[in-house]
Design a protein around this ligand. Structure first.
Ligand code: XMP
Length: 326
């Protein structure tokens, strides 16, 4: 029978056998999946693993600091933080197609990992040992929805599956590939990760890049970050974090509407709140959030974020809508 303990035991043995005396790097995204995959591999091969957190500039407020603090404190794993925002934003300039965005982000991740690999090898600590393995927190639903399952159409190229470049230099280690999110959370608990990591709501690897409908720019990211921080703050204050699966905030960057803020006419952008409840993200329903919480979020966003003059609510389940808009 399935237990978190037996999964850990089995995977630790498999990873040790596969990696041998080589080195591995693990991309941390700040999300649950990559943190649990990293903790598992850290358990198996410890000092042969370097975790790499790529700040692609598409993160939410406070995300990078949280990874640096919580993850390292919980696991003691070696962490390398790479600021690659310039590179990702340049690569995304002018791009509006969702799949193209996803593929670019997936490709740039790998390029940054390759660069990190070279630096880790050059580092005295690694004895010149080759970094041959790339650990990813890919889950079963990621594989299915990227078209890797049996007979399933490609819905979205998850950055860590369909978004990978063809000339990948690494061998992949994906210890969570057969698990669903709730199982991953149990494995994380088994490994001693704190609730702040294990119970975190999902956040996609491509980050805010797939929550800006239209071209991704620094200014638009700043706008969305402010709106997103307010929504998260109010949901937490209302004690709703455990009741919802996640609540993407989406910026309709190419849409403008007329409003009146203060004593003048405005012509700003709408954001969409997308609160959902779900068991495994394969299907989802829109969350019936209390009206007063929605009202507070709406008031605060339109008062505090210049250039956002409308807040709308997405009341579509999955299917037919997906959770993220892109
Ligand atoms: P969708 O939008 O397909 O999302 O209904 C299902 C779940 O997956 C997350 N998601 C991703 N996670 N890389 C990730 O790590 C991705 O490329 C990606 N795309 C979507 C999404 O936030 C939701 O929880």
């Amino acid at each position: 029978t399935w237990t978190a303990g037996s999964i850990v035991e089995e995977q630790v043995a498999l990873i040790r056998e596969r990696v041998g005396s080589k080195r591995a790097i693990c991309g941390l995204s700040g999300g649950v999946d990559s943190a649990v995959a990293a903790a598992l591999v850290n358990e198996a091969i410890g000092s042969q693993l370097t975790c790499v957190y790529v700040d692609h500039g598409l993160m939410r407020t406070g995300e990078t600091e949280q990874v640096e603090k919580d993850f390292v404190a919980a696991t003691g794993a070696q962490l390398k933080v790479v600021d690659a925002s310039e590179r990702f934003l340049n690569a995304l300039a002018g791009v509006t197609d969702p799949e193209e965005k996803r593929k670019i982000i997936g490709r740039e991740f790998i390029r940054v990992f390759e660069q990190a690999q070279a630096e880790i090898i050059a580092d005295a600590d690694s004895d010149g040992e080759d970094v041959a393995f790339l650990v990813q927190g890919t889950l079963y639903p990621d594989v299915v929805e990227s078209g890797g399952g049996t007979g399933t159409a490609n819905i979205k190229s998850h950055h860590n599956v369909g978004g990978l470049p063809e000339d990948l230099e690494f061998e992949l280690v994906e210890p969570l590939r057969q698990l669903f999110k709730d199982e991953v959370r149990m494995v994380g608990q088994e490994l001693g990760l704190p609730d702040e990591i294990v119970q975190r709501q999902p956040f996609p690897g491509p980050g805010l890049g797939i929550r800006i409908i239209g071209e991704v720019t620094r200014e638009r990211l700043d706008l969305l970050r402010q709106a997103d921080a307010i929504a998260r703050e109010e949901l937490t204050a209302a004690g709703l974090d455990r009741d919802i699966w996640q609540c993407p905030v989406v910026l309709l960057a190419d849409v403008r509407s007329v409003g009146v803020q203060g004593d003048g006419r405005t012509y700003g952008h709408p954001v969409v709140l997308r609160p959902v409840s779900s068991e495994d993200a394969m299907t989802a329903d829109w969350s019936r959030l209390p009206y007063d919480v929605l009202a507070t979020i709406s008031n605060r966003i339109t008062n505090e974020v210049r250039d956002i003059n409308r807040v709308t609510l997405d009341v579509t389940s999955k299917p037919p809508g997906t959770i993220e808009w892109e």
